[in-house]
Design a protein around this ligand. Sequence first.
Ligand code: CTP
Length: 433
Amino acid sequence: MAEETLTKPANLLPRLRRGLADSVGEALEVVLRLAEEEGRTLYLVGGGVRDVVLRRGHVDIDLVGEGPMASLAEKAALVLGGRWVEHRAFGTVTVEGQDFRLDLAMARAEKYARPGALPKVRPASIDEDLDRRDFTINAMALALCGRERGRLLDRFDGMGDIAGGRVRVLHDRSFIDDATRILRAVRYETRFGFGIEEKTLALLKRDLAYLDTISGARVRHEFLRLLAEDEPEQSLLRCQELGVLAAIHGALRFDDELAAAFRRTRRAGRAAPQPEVHLALLGTRLSPADAEAVALRLALSKRQRQALEGAAALAELVSWLSRADARPSQVVERLESYPLAAVEACGLLAQQSTAKRMLRRYLGKWRYVKTSLDGRALARLGVARGPAMKDVLRLLKAARLDGQASSREEEMKLVRGVLEGTVELPRTGGGEG
Ligand code: CTP
C-alpha cells in the first residue's frame, strides 16, 4: 500500500465529514453536540474508520459510546424530527430520518460460552469493545467529540495492517469464537486487495471445522455478503483453495470455469437477480441430492433454494438441448418449469454452441412468445373450457414458436382444424424428445 494512505489521525475527521452526505453529516453534528452536553465521548468504530482511512466513498456511521444510548437517541430524534428504535438484545439504538441513519451502540465486551454461540455481552469500556472485534483493520475507533475528539484508538496496529495490506485477527481463538470470520477474512482480502496475514491464515485453516458450529442463517448471511461484492469469483476461488467451501458442505466447489461465468453475469441483460444466478451457477456443479443438502445447510430462502436446486436438475438437460433437431416449442416446454436463474446459469456456462443458442434464444425471445387468441377468443370459436382448451392453447403456442402460425388468422385456421378433426392436438404432459 502506498505511503500516502498512512494517515495522520488529525486528517481523519475532516475527511470523514467530506465523505458524508450533507443530511448525514448534519444529523451526526447534532448527535455529537448532545453527547458533548452530557459529557460523553462518541467514537466512530469498525468498518467506518477503516473506510475513512482507505478513502472509500460511502461510510457507514456506526457510533459507540460507553453507557446506555437510549436517552441520547431519544433527544437526537426529537431535535432532528426523526425516529429512534432500540434493539435491546444488541444494546444498540438507531436514529433515523428521511435521509439519514445513525447506529449508536453501547460499548460492550463479549464472552463466547461455546464456539459459534452468540456471545454473552456486558457493558464495557471502549477499549474492551475493540478487543472483541474480528480483524485489526476493523478494530479501530476514532473519537468524534469531547476532550478526546480526533484521537484514534488503534490498540492492534490496524493502521499498520492497512498500510501493509494485511487481514489479521486479534487473538488465536478468533475463528473458534466466530467461524463466520473465515468468510469475512476472505471477503476483505478480495475487496481491498489485501492478503490474509501468515499466522491468521494458519489459524483459519486450523479452525475450518468450526464452521460446523455456525447456524445455517449466519453462514448464509456471510456467504451472500461475499457474493454481493464486486468480484465474488475471486473470493470463491480463494475459498475453494483454502477448503472453506468444502468446510461449509463437502460437495460445494468452485472452479475457473465458474469464475468466468461469474464475470459474464456482470455484463448487461440479466433476467434473474444476481444472487440467484450466482447460487444457480454453484448449483450446476452439484447433484440434485447435494444441492438439496447445500440449500439446507445454508438455510436458503425458497427462491434461492429453487435457483440452486433447479440448476442442479437442469444440468442434466443441457446435453438434450445440444440436439440440433429440438424444436423451439419443445425447448420452451422443458425449460419453463425451471427457475429463470437456473436457465440463465446454464446459458452462461454452456460450451456446446447448439445448447448455448437454445438457452439464449429461450431467455431472450422464446419465453416471451404469446398466442394472439386467448381463452375467451377460443370459447367464442366453440372450444370447450377445461383441459381441451389448455391443449389448444399449447398447440397454438407451439405453432407460434415453431413458425407454423404467425398471425391471428393462422391461429384461427388451426383452431378450426382442431374442431373439424383435421389437426391433431398434442398429448398433455410435454413434447416428445
Ligand atoms: N464484527 C466482528 N465480528 C463479526 C462481525 C462483525 O468483530 N463476526 C465487528 C467488526 O469490527 C466490524 C463491525 O463489527 O467492523 C461491524 O460489522 P459489519 O457491519 O459486518 O462490518 P462492516 O465492517 O461495518 O461492513 P463491511 O464488512 O461490509 O465493510
